[in-house]
Design a protein around this ligand. Sequence first.
Ligand SMILES: Cc1cc2nc3c(=O)[nH]c(=O)nc-3n(C[C@H](O)[C@H](O)[C@H](O)COP(=O)(O)O)c2cc1C
Length: 176
Amino acid sequence: MVLVIYESLFGNARTIATAVAAGLRGRAGDGGDGDVAVVDVGGAPTILDTDVRLLVVGGPNHQFGMTRPASRRQAIRDFGADTSEVGLREWLSHLAPTRTGCGVAVFETRLDRGLLRRIDQTTRTAERRLRAFGYTPIAPAEHFFVQSITGPLLAGESDRATRWGRTLAEHPSFNP
Ligand SMILES: Cc1cc2nc3c(=O)[nH]c(=O)nc-3n(C[C@H](O)[C@H](O)[C@H](O)COP(=O)(O)O)c2cc1C
């Protein structure tokens, strides 16, 4: 199965996670929809079942990185965000090493499309941690763009996420 784990304060990364799952569905295994689960990071497992063949992990960029308690508090205070105590950063620090060499793909949602994206640490940090725990990136990290801090996503981003999901499902690890 495929597990899509997301963090989202205003719903944009959740929309992307759902769209990626739509692209993955029907392709990543034989059993149809049940093979792809979309899970909020607040309720995400830290020990993955051995039948998880691909982990997709994504969330918002806050100040050049994954969210932190202070940035989440700021999002609640200044923008009325809805958020839990656990972000991707905290979840990753508790995630158990993979016992199966599970594949992984990482995405972020963010504002800036320009040069800032290239020097950014969000997806790189997540990938580095996942690699250290034995997970194997199967595709370059993907970046999806919002119009403003609370969203919405730029036009076409949700469809692009579904296409990305399809490409992930076409990876040789699903098509031996
Ligand atoms: C405290 C805070 C800091 C942020 N810092 C950045 C930033 O450095 N670069 C950027 O592109 N977007 C930044 N953003 C915008 C977020 O990336 C945007 O709110 C997020 O992608 C929306 O996704 P979500 O609805 O899933 O939370 C920031 C947002 C907040 C609330």
